[in-house]
Design a protein around this ligand. Structure first.
Ligand SMILES: [Fe+2]
Ligand SMILES: [Fe+2]
Length: 191
């Protein structure tokens, strides 16, 4: 299901170990951003009923995830605060083409790629962290992010033929791997 070309490595896991609190705060921001992405897609493609229905579901689930992370922060006495984001999302969004229907295809595929990477990171974290509460938490999020990835990729096919979407997805997978390889100094969910 996930065809990410740059698997999460030990360098990132070590970065997380050294900055766990910051990564948890960033995770809360990511869930909030995921809800915002889905809501924006409703505004832009309001005439596509299936898209609106699916995005409504995703907005609800991502906000639920946001609150789950906020609860976890509160339980651990970590203050939720603004944080400088990683450049990952901005770099991916810069690849979105400007004219329709290519724009819709790219927005959906990029959103799906971010879900795929989040999913892969939750899996890596669940296997890595010694803290069992945290490992269980990451495991509980894995399935819905995987489903979101599938939904976004399927919806992209409303805007272009299947083979065109698949070819574009392949290009974006390569671009995503190149962005990951640039690494970032800040410890973030997508650094
Ligand atoms: Fe989520
Ligand atoms: Fe998601």
């Amino acid at each position: 299901m996930l065809h990410l070309k740059a698997p999460t490595d030990a360098t990132w896991l070590a970065q997380v170990d050294a900055n766990l609190e910051e990564v948890l705060v960033d995770h809360a921001h990511c869930e909030k951003k995921a809800a915002g992405t889905a809501l924006n897609l409703i505004f832009h493609y309001v005439e596509n009923r299936e898209l609106c229905r699916e995005m409504t579901e995703i907005v609800g689930e991502e906000l639920e995830h946001f609150h789950l992370v906020l609860d976890l922060l509160e339980k651990r006495g970590i203050r939720f605060r603004r944080l400088k984001p990683s450049q990952y999302g901005a770099k991916l969004h810069a690849l979105v083409r400007k004219t329709e229907p290519e724009r819709a295809v790219d927005r959906l595929l990029v959103a799906g790629l971010i879900e795929a990477r989040s999913c892969e990171r939750f899996q890596a974290l669940a296997a890595h962290v010694a803290d069992t509460e945290l490992a269980d938490f990451y495991r509980s999020l894995f399935e819905s992010e995987a489903r979101h990835h599938t939904t976004y990729t399927r919806l992209a096919k409303h805007f272009a033929p299947e083979e065109v979407v698949e070819a574009r997805l392949e290009e974006l997978y390569d671009a995503e791997a190149a962005i990951m390889a640039e690494r970032e100094p800040l410890a973030r969910m997508h650094s």
